[in-house]
Design a protein around this ligand. Sequence first.
Ligand code: NDP
Length: 522
Amino acid sequence: MATDTKIAAPVLISTNPATGETVGTYSCTSVDEVHEAVDIARRAQPAWAALGVQKRVAIIRRFRKLLNQQAGEVAELITREAGKPIPEAMGAEILVVQDAAEFVARHAAEILQPQPVPHSNPAMKTKRGTLHHEPHGVIGIISPWNYPFSIPSTETLAALVLGNAVVLKPSELTPACALKLQSLLHEAGVPKEIMQVVLGEGPVGAALIDSKIDKIIFTGSVATGRRVSVAAAQKLLPCVLELGGKDPFIVFDDADLDVASSGAVWGAFMNAGQTCLSVERCYVQRSVFEKFVNMCVKKAQALKVGDGFDRDTDVGPMIDTRQLRIVESQVADALDKGAKVLTGGERLTQLGPNFYAPTVLTNVTPDMKLMREETFGPLLPVIPFDTDEQAISMANESEFGLAASVWTNSRSRGEAVAGKIEAGTVMVNDAISGFGICEAPHGGFKASGIGRTHGLLGMQEMVRVRYVDVDRVVMKKPWWYGYKGMYREQIHGFADMMFGHSPAKRIKGALNSTKILTRPKL
Ligand code: NDP
């Protein structure tokens, strides 16, 4: 049976949340070893950057091929360590990584390509500006347990292909998945110094931020994200924060209710509700509320909860009892305040300590914890609304802004509402799958984070930009010292030329500015 606590320092004991069996026992990395790992990565990184983008792309494609060959084995490891059903391990972890590997391989050269910066200002026409993109150096990555393979992989692949070294600190609950990623990358040809995993609890993550990394990419809860952000700010260390969500799911009266209710049930319960993009608040137009809720209840009751290895399982265990207790406390709070559980609402102790029944609730009010705090468990609270404006306002009534989904048969209605929702991703007639679209940037508004992973925006987080400006005509500039002369009078004419509204003003300004460019010798 799984236990409450999966860690026994100074070793990590990774356990199967469905059975409590040990997946592996791993030594923790000491603070000194974290610093040493970063120093090693720092020394090795220039050679990795100098290798050239095409050779790195070839290594990433080799990694992809190895992952293809070992997909079954990796999926089983994910299920063993994180509990999710095998189809979820395949679909939401391995396929996502394969897609991301090909995406970063295809776009790496274009991201690193110098880009000309044309100058519109006539006084700058003799110059040529260019943006040069280069790797930051060593990227620290701190990742959570809920997608123990796809989250660290997508971030690591983007960092590596662009010439960075990576030091990865996975969740203490899922070290085996991170070590598998490391071994696949090494086998593909990434030097050992360039991709290293450090293991341990929070202090190991804190040590990584304290080390000589050049950027931190953090994925986790808002509470830890705040701590990471403060620690990074002390060092002025750039950071990307991918934090929690409380994602709304809005169903309009013209939606296909069968499709929408299946989407809500999957979106709320997949990975046992432990997805940052989970459906956490479901708002349904009053005229279809009852019908929609009945459909959800029926579909939730049809789900089979069990071990992720079982072919019939739809919903696996939660990661541990600590996480399950958060769900229990939110349900208790909601019941105290008048909520109604229509199905579920209890632990399935006959299966083990970490299983919780898919739960649908109504009579839910905004003051309940399950409407304000991230649940990270299989709860689907459903609330009625009357008008589009009301739905938008309820959806935006949250400190989070990770993602949202809108269900309607009217494309214009869907797009109009999407444009008013405060979230980094809004999906119309789908939920969650934005994470699996390799082109789509992933990240949140408000407390859900800063910056982006995935897509071209995610790749751009992995490079720093140097602007180089070359003046092809070596001459003294008219705006250098000599302020008493013509420049003082003519600067206004120059501004007119640049920003004047009437063509006549622009011509007059241009004539004046020509005089500026032929200023007297000083
Ligand atoms: P946590 O915030 O508890 O932990 C995230 C990572 O940070 C873990 O590796 C953890 O290590 C580490 N950590 C803990 N303390 C510190 C510290 N002081 N300094 C540096 N690192 C530290 O999140 P969970 O692992 O519980 O993951 C669930 C959360 O992640 C949810 O809130 C979820 O919404 C969010 N998430 C966000 C995603 C997004 O893309 N926006 C995607 C997936 C999840 P350890 O585990 O060893 O304590």
